[in-house]
Design a protein around this ligand. Sequence first.
Ligand code: NAI
Length: 247
Amino acid sequence: MKHKTAFITGAAKGIGRATAVALSASGCHVILTDIDQNALDQTKTEIEKSGGKATTYLLDVSNQEQVNTVHQQALKEHQRIDYFVNNAGIGGTLAPIHLMTADNWNNVINVDLNSIFYCLQAQINILLPQGGGNIVNVASLAGKKGVMAGSHYSAAKHGVIGITKSAAIEYGAHNIRVNAICPSFLETDIIQAVPKQILDFVKEHRVPLKRHGKAEEAGETIKWLLSDQSSFVNGHALVMDGGMNAG
Ligand code: NAI
């Protein structure tokens, strides 16, 4: 992956940050985008301290105009972008369907699903004339199952898997691979909204490995999907859940 360039959304913290660190360690120049400038700067500093190269852009993925502008800006400054990781996302406020407000529903659909359409469109338009590249979308195990009080999140993540598969079949012939990852709980900020009893129950009684995952483990999985080591993997939604759904 030496001398490749990778564009990551939601790169300031959690899985996005861990992915940037992993890709940088493999020689990629990383383009870090997020809505949190302070955290972006911290991630950039950390990567540069380890000898890596990073550029940052403020980007709200739910704003289509910003998505297009920042992709064009990044392309202009880097000439070529080989990898894209569409990771930015939110959990939304937990509520059963009969109490869910439309604002809460729309916010999650905008940030977690519409953003993937906006980003993919901008990215495919970069990759087609370039002759190819790889994309990974961060979905969730919630994209394969229903979520109690999280119908907005589950619907959005099911949608992410759907658009991933559609993109894979639309652009495979153009040397563009598109895959997704579907993690169960990983220890990042996003799970702070989940009640501790649920997190503990899942860890003790549902995950055979008896722990939650780490952002770094997702980063390594994403790196593998972007790399040539997974060159025949396309349109896949890779579950990483410590074996929770194996039985
Ligand atoms: P996190 O909360 O640690 O990081 C999310 C990052 O996205 C933050 O840096 C935040 O500033 C950024 N972000 C939020 N809204 C944004 C927007 N509108 N535009 C651009 N950036 C935005 O959470 P985590 O866990 O790293 O989440 C990353 C992705 O992983 C999300 O798509 C999430 O749904 C998914 N995921 C997380 C799991 C977990 O248990 N941590 C499990 C399954 C999927």
